[in-house]
Design a protein around this ligand. Sequence first.
Ligand code: HEC
Length: 133
Amino acid sequence: MKRLLALMIFAATISVPVVMASPATDSLLAKYKSEGVSKIDASKAKSDWTKETKGEDGEMISCSTCHGTDFSKAGKHRKTHKVIDPLSTRVNTERFTDEKKIEKWFKRNCNDTWGRECTAQEKADFLTFLLAQ
Ligand code: HEC
């Protein structure tokens, strides 16, 4: 009976969608929490992802302009047209494994897209949302 129970628990765990956290994302999320984030809202990140604002050149841009909305597919840089590897950790195991890289691109991309840095709250929301893709 005990064995059956263990098996059932095991089966339940593997059928639940896995959030692909890494030591880098655990550490970043802890940092954002220490900066005042208490409640993460991945659905806000979902709508922020496609929220368009006017870029430097007057064109409307959002995160999805370069990364798309299908995270298992490659994106394309809107200016250089360079291919951007998929953001989904399910198809790209190198994603979100380097704390410095994540922070560097949050900084650059938020500035490019919204003309300002993202707050700790926005980054925590984005990261949680992206890890679930
Ligand atoms: C102008 C094109 C462009 C836009 C717009 C853009 N990104 Fe990016 N993003 C890139 C490029 C280029 C990279 C670095 C190349 C790579 O990681 O494949 C990148 C990388 C990232 C990474 C790093 C992923 C990792 O593996 O560490 C994150 C996180 C990210 N972007 C989030 C965002 C968010 C959030 C927005 C919207 C606020 C956004 N991006 C908008 C082009 C863009």
